[in-house]
Design a protein around this ligand. Structure first.
Ligand code: ZN
Length: 144
């Protein structure tokens, strides 16, 4: 059994929309049978088997997975509220959320999850929902 899950997350890991904003997307939530998840801790919103690699946003090197896992361990101690890091390839200050994940992944306290079956979430949907939630959203497509 494999499943595809589409996850929409704010580009800012700490951002959680207000109740009022969430009410604004209620109709959409119903239509896509989506589920809203809000957590105190920041979670890594993964792409499952769609993980290919991580690229440095500055010098475009491949990020060493061992280094990344080590950084994830350190970040987990702060429940991923503290994501700052310095790349080893080019010594740049950044955050784990700003690395280029192939496919897309990220960190969030707020997630909208949709089991991808019949419904296809378009770029326009993502924009509209983001506007209503007053944030920019990232679409993570996970395969399990
Ligand atoms: Zn680099």
């Amino acid at each position: 059994m494999s499943a595809e899950v589409v996850k929409l997350i704010p580009t800012d890991p700490e951002y959680v929309p207000t109740e009022k904003c969430i009410e604004m997307i209620d109709e959409w939530i119903q239509r896509f049978h989506a589920q809203i998840i809000v957590t105190e801790e920041v979670r890594f919103i993964d792409q499952g088997a769609n993980f290919e690699k991580i690229i440095c946003p500055f010098c475009l090197s491949n990020i060493e997975i061992e280094w990344w896992q080590n950084q994830m361990d350190i970040a987990s101690e702060s429940s991923f509220h503290e994501l700052k890091t310095i790349t080893t390839c080019c010594n740049q200050q950044t955050t784990l959320n700003d690395l280029n994940y192939i496919w897309e992944a990220g960190f969030a306290r707020f997630t909208i999850e949709v089991l991808e079956s019949s419904s296809d979430i378009t770029k326009a949907d993502v924009l509209t929902i983001g506007e209503k939630l007053e944030c920019s959203l990232k679409k993570v497509i996970a395969h399990y």
